[in-house]
Structures are given as C-alpha cells and as structure tokens.
Design a binder for this molecule. Sequence first.
Ligand code: SF4
Length: 292
Amino acid sequence: MIDYSFPLYRPPAEADNVVIQATYGCSHNRCSFCSMYKTKKYQMRDIEDIYREIDIFAKHHPDANKVFLGDGDALSLPTNYLMKMLRYLQSSFPKLSRVSVYATAQNFLEKTESELTLLRENGLSLIYFGIETGNDVLLEKINKGVTSKQMIEALCKASNANIKISATVILGLGGEAYSNEHIRDTAVVINATRINYLSTLQLGLEEGVKERFYQYFDEFTMPDDVQILNEQKQLIHLLHPVNKIIFRSNHASNALHLSGTLPKDTARLIEKLETALNIGERAFIPSRFRGF
Ligand code: SF4
C-alpha cells in the first residue's frame, strides 16, 4: 500500500499510528553510535508523493488521530514545506490530535521561535529528541554536532513554542571512564529544560558502528549492568525538573524496567534500583530477552 523506504524507524509510542516518511534518512547522520540511517542518503521527498500517501491513509484510516513524520529528523525540512504537510494532514484527518517527529538540536537552532510557534499552531505537538548525554567531551566524541549549551537552547525553544518533548538518554555512553561526568552533566541539561517525557536506554553498538565509536576513545570499557543501574540511580537522584516528567526505562535494552513520574516517584524508583543492585544479576532482565 505505502511504498516505504526501509529501514523504517519510529518511536515505540507511534507503533499504532500513521507513519509518513517526510524525508529519507537523517540530515546529520554522523553520530558515532547510530547505525539507523547509514544505508540512506538524506533527501527531502516530493510533496506530491507525500500528499498521495496521506490520501491513502485517510481513505483506509479516516479516524486516525496521531501521525508520525519520519525519517530521522523531519524538522530539518523548510518551514513552508512542513506547513503544507501539516495543513494537508489537518484537512485529511478530522480527528487529528497529534503530529510528531524526531528532531535534532540543529533543527531547532535553524528555526526562529515564530516559525516553531507557527508549526505548533498547525499541529506539530511532540518531538522525539536524543539528548544522549549532556557532557561536552562525550558530545564531541559521539559526533552529536552540538554542545550541551546549544542543546539546552534548542529544548527551551521547543518548550517556548509549546511543543512537547520526549527525550532519551543513553546510559553507559561514556564507558567506565566518563560515567560520572556523563550522568552529572546530563542531569544539568534536563534540569535546565522543560522536557515532558524521559526514557533511558542502555548503550548497545551494532557491528557496523563499533569500530567508529571506539576510535574516539583512548580506551573504552563497555559498562556492565551494575554500572548502568548505578548510573540510572545517580541520574534519578540528580534530577530536579522544573515541571513534571513522565519517566520510562522500558526499552528492550534495559536491564531493569522502571516507570514513574518525576519528581514525585524519585524515592520509589531509587529504592527499586537499590533493591535490584543488592540482589544482583538475578534481579536483572536476562540478556537473552533483551535487544538494542
Ligand atoms: S541525529 Fe539521530 S538519527 Fe541522526 S545520526 Fe544522530 S542519532 Fe542517528
């Protein structure tokens, strides 16, 4: 029905929603840990092709109320182009309540606050954003292309435009050597912004990216589950968000599934982590049931 360009990625929360590829690939495509779009050349799609796909979805799923625009960072598209798409979605799905995209800090820095407000007014209401780490040394090592200061600026621009933020952090990203700095500075970024949803993943490297990832470190020791869960505990302990954050640690990679609202559930989450760490491996999800 839809001629998707594979591989196709979308956040788990979008599994049951309409997915339209507004671009192919990722405009940055240089993060050293990420293999998602390595086989694709970034390109903006013809708007007429997108309209055709929206028409097909509207015909078969007229009651759809949530749409995800792929691929890696649809917010990289020019504002006028996004506006055309958003208006077409609004007119095609009468019950539309949410349009979401993956977005990078660079995407936000390239747009003005009034452009972002316009996009929000036309339906763009949620972005999925990879913080990964708030530590500047690590941000450079993973080729994220921005500093923590720029990331804070980007996230504040999103919130000022009333766009909700679902952010991810990668536990273990600094190996053993940078573990403390990674968590300390990531908490600084989160505390300085108004993200709405937070998920923590565990570092996992596919064969195709391992060599490239390691080359930026003198030595990289892959963290074990105990270090990861200690990072998780330290991060939760350091978070003092200015607004309520829905927290999840239930990705396929996670050794322990956690969920709660921060800061309300901070003590409960730390207690659960401490209990698991005291029991040790028996309390962790076995690696054969996990993936990255
Ligand atoms: S911006 Fe996102 S999709 Fe693009 S390379 Fe980095 S992690 Fe991968």
